[in-house]
Design a protein around this ligand. Sequence first.
Ligand SMILES: NC(=O)c1ccc[n+]([C@@H]2O[C@H](COP(=O)([O-])OP(=O)(O)OC[C@H]3O[C@@H](n4cnc5c(N)ncnc54)[C@H](OP(=O)(O)O)[C@@H]3O)[C@@H](O)[C@H]2O)c1
Length: 246
Amino acid sequence: MENLKKNAIVTGARTGIGHATVEKMASVGINIWACAHRKDEEFEKDMEELAKRHHIWIEPVYFDLEVESEIKQGLRKIIAKRLSVDILVNNAGVPHGALLQMTSMNDLKKVFDVNFFSQILIMQMVSKVMMRQRGGSIINMVSVAGIDSDAGYTAYGSSKAALSFATKVASKELASYGIRINAVAPGLVETKMGMAMDETYKKMMVEQASLKRMGNPKEVADVIAFLASEEASFITGQIWRVDGGL
Ligand SMILES: NC(=O)c1ccc[n+]([C@@H]2O[C@H](COP(=O)([O-])OP(=O)(O)OC[C@H]3O[C@@H](n4cnc5c(N)ncnc54)[C@H](OP(=O)(O)O)[C@@H]3O)[C@@H](O)[C@H]2O)c1
């Protein structure tokens, strides 16, 4: 990945795939607005050390993806800096597993608030900046659960399928502004979310994967970083599976 002193927004930066993405981007000299759910001193110290090590800046930004006003406030703070926003990694998300009859409307709405509505709002606000600067790369985090219709994924799978679809639509609408929009669809990955899955389900996913193991966050972050880079300049509107061969 090239080092061109770019600036990136990464959501869900405190843990898992988001944290691995921040580490990867920092290592190639990209400045980062590291967005997390709530203020956290340990996270701030971690980001400070990472920035120092790679001679870049990392600014923590906090907002709850369930609260529209917080998202707008957080992004306005970023936009007000009048710096370029070259990369957006819409990574944060919430899991949910329940059969159709057990999926409450409240849960369904909460999952869609975080995994779909907030992601669209962020894309709308950030792509406005990218349209003005006539360029940028957006990577949305979806899931194989939004492609391979397994039982128990009415809420989570549907929210990720909706985001995959919006990724493709937005890629067509914004291509003429030089904006590429892709999504990454991981299989089972060793993060807080991945490890919290039911043991039987984890075993089944590992069995089904050709590589017979879970992925690690860095393996997903590497694909995100590739899609964000100029090396992926002819790639847009794609859903990239990173699933060990499911
Ligand atoms: N791990 C897997 O097996 C897997 C597979 C397919 C797709 N994915 C997707 O990968 C993405 C990253 O997940 P991960 O695996 O890295 O798990 P993770 O470590 O649990 O990360 C999820 C991140 O989302 C943040 N988040 C959740 N709700 C939020 C809210 N309301 N407002 C702001 N931030 C919020 C979390 O912050 P807090 O912890 O502070 O709430 C956390 O940093 C998600 O979109 C997930 O759906 C994961």
